[in-house]
Design a protein around this ligand. Structure first.
Ligand code: FES
Length: 509
């Protein structure tokens, strides 16, 4: 089984050098997923100088792990958005997705990008194992509301392939996200703009505005924190923590395989289950590909990280009985209390865009467009709607409180627990475990060659104990969803510092 995404297997990405001197630019963008790359591309087109910095590989984390549906259909139903915020806001939210798809199309045409972009219908349907009769009425109402608000939608008694009632939305799309991002990345370096990989942002200073990277500084007049969970940057610590407490990190799982050409319609599908499943069928020259995802759960809290993949395969076999996954991977989605993303300034001259839910490609693109407008002091129609300081949570207070119960629970639970001393000798190759060694907890990992790495298991965000994820080979924090590589480096925030290293000679006896 290939445990990388379908895209990373089929799409080569250009490499960029590490930052090795001081620079002066207009805008520093931290994070080179679709959000950061799109912002860098648009800013350069507008005549600005940018430095795009990425701690790993550009497009190498969340963007490669998406299933890249391009849709204005949000995780929160249109009717739920309308009930919560009113019809104009519900409409504006979906229009944001539509504007993002238009921007992607514009970029593809401008740069002549080959990224398998395809317009497809999107089907929103009753779950495969749910009560279809119960869903029929609400789906009919959903189609009517969408039409009333100006979105082309049609209720269907039976959606193709899944044979469930649902809504057909026209003008949805899909593409290869890595091919798209790789093409935009190629346009950025030059004329005072730069892209750097393996370049981790350190201290961010306010006066003058600058980002420290090792011994070097990048001076700028604006900063865009385009990471999934924004870095603290120049936000004061209390406000930064408060903001982070409004972001809930979930892991979403995907599987894919080739299927018999023509055995399913080329389209996107999402069901109404909670959490929902999502499917896309792609036509290729010699084969069709089915990519199926869902089974979301809070990062770091699942007992058996292999189970979601098994569940996905079992569900998909109901409509594609011969499906046998050859790729499986996971990615993170960031949810918010009220279901709307946060896009705006968290400090003067510091823009963030996060909380995209399952709409990472579209809201990521929209966030980039908004960041560019903010820097260029242009009015943006979504600035108020997605404001990072909006209050209260538009009816999301219950969700906020529920989600934040995790922190005290896991903090206490993981710090307590048995304390009998163990030995690293029992640790198998290519596996990790939190062990008690000489009276302290240790995150121990043995690589496939047998080399041992020991770290403190204390998450550098707010001190919870991380948990080994044997499927992804990562340390995941159950409190706010930070993820660390097997050897302790940060893969995803809110943690900004790696797990503290422990000398193996000292403890590995
Ligand atoms: Fe917050 Fe680990 S304590 S992510």
């Amino acid at each position: 089984m290939d445990t990388t995404s379908f895209w990373s297997d089929t799409t080569p990405l250009q490499r960029f050098k590490k930052l090795d001197q001081d620079y002066h630019v207009d805008v520093v963008i931290i994070g080179a997923g679709i959000t950061g790359v799109t912002a860098a591309y648009l800013l350069k087109k507008a005549g600005c100088k940018v430095a795009l910095i990425e701690r790993g590989r550009c497009g190498g984390f969340d963007t490669t792990n998406t299933t890249a549906h391009l849709t204005c259909v949000t995780d929160t139903r249109l009717s739920a958005l309308a009930a919560k915020f009113g019809n104009p806001t519900a409409k504006a939210t979906w229009e944001g997705g539509r504007a993002a798809i238009d921007q992607i199309v514009k970029n593809i045409h401008a740069e002549k990008i080959s990224c398998d972009f395809t317009w497809v219908p999107g089907y929103y349907h009753a779950p495969l194992n749910g009560d279809a009769a119960k869903e029929r009425r609400s789906l009919e109402a959903e189609a009517k509301l969408a039409n009333d608000l100006g979105f082309a939608a049609e209720f269907l008694d039976s959606v193709p392939l899944v044979n469930q009632p649902g809504v057909k939305f026209l003008h949805q799309a899909k593409f290869n996200p890595l091919a798209y991002v790789a093409a935009l990345l190629r346009t950025i370096p030059g004329n005072g703009s730069h892209v750097f990989e393996k370049t981790e942002a350190g201290k961010i200073s306010d006066r003058p505005l600058s980002v420290t990277v090792g011994k070097h500084q990048i001076h700028c007049s604006y900063l865009f924190l385009a990471t999934h969970t924004p870095l603290m940057g120049n936000t004061d610590p209390v406000s930064a923590l408060l903001f982070q407490s409004k972001l809930f990190l979930y892991t979403s799982y995907a599987i894919s395989t080739r299927i018999r050409p023509g055995s399913a319609p080329e389209a996107s599908f999402w069901d109404t289950a909670e959490p929902y499943h999502y499917l896309r069928i792609d036509r290729h020259r010699d084969f069709d590909e089915a990519i199926f995802g869902g089974e979301d759960n809070k990062t770091g809290q699942i007992k058996n990280p292999a189970q979601p993949y098994r569940n996905l395969e079992k569900t998909l076999k109901k409509i594609l009985p011969t499906f046998q996954a050859d790729h499986q991977w996971s990615g993170q989605v960031v949810e918010t209390p009220d279901g709307l993303p946060y896009m705006g300034e968290t400090a003067p001259r510091q823009f963030v865009a996060t909380g995209f839910g399952g709409n990472g490609m579209t809201f990521g693109t929209l966030g980039a467009m908004m960041a560019v407008d903010a820097f260029l002091k242009r009015k943006n129609p979504w600035a108020e709607l997605f404001d990072v300081h909006r209050k209260p949570f538009h009816g999301g207070t219950g969700k906020y409180l529920r989600e934040n119960k995790d922190y005290p629970y896991y903090l206490l639970r993981n710090w307590l627990g048995g304390a009998r001393d163990q030995s690293v000798k029992s640790l198998k190759r290519n596996s990790g475990k939190v062990l008690h060694l000489q009276g302290r907890k240790v995150a121990a990992y043995r690589d496939p060659q047998g080399k041992l790495s020991l770290c403190s298991p204390v998450c550098t965000h707010l001190q919870c104990i991380v948990k080994w994820n044997d499927t992804e080979k990562t340390w995941d924090c159950p409190c706010h969803g930070s993820r660390f590589a097997a050897t302790g480096e940060v893969l995803a925030g809110p943690a900004e510092k790696p797990l503290e290293k422990i000398d193996t000679k000292e403890l590995a006896k």
